[in-house]
Design a binder for this molecule. Sequence first.
Ligand code: RB5
Length: 146
Amino acid sequence: MKFYIATDHAGFAYKSQIIDYITAKGHKIIDLGPDSTDRVDYPDFARKCAESVKDDEGSFGILICGTGIGMSLAANKVKGIRAALCHDAYTASMSRAHNDANILCFGERVIGMGVATSIIDAFIETEFEGGRHANRVEKIMNIERD
Ligand code: RB5
């Protein structure tokens, strides 16, 4: 799988560990910043990641801020993006199986690194089920076409 990752200052501490974790699993991950713990605005990084995922068919994104909320709100404004805020492996797995999420969001101030890696594993290992869920996802995408 190919991932793009971005954070704000409140998610920065997890970024390099997650890049190492995903790389060690044999996936490709591109770091879209930031490069330091200096304060930044999460919408700028959410937009950068969401537009990268949108423009690179079949790719996925990971966005981390303090809670994951701001990142998910901002990323979902980009057409074609289904950003899911996940708190555990179950929600991460369901975000792929039922919602065909293409961006995973979580909060560094909310979950520990062990939960973060279990969320990533679940997101990577679960495929979209399609079927009745495909129709529902299509209805979500129709909202942005109206
Ligand atoms: C930054 O203080 C914080 O507001 C941000 O990381 C995020 O949690 C917003 O949703």
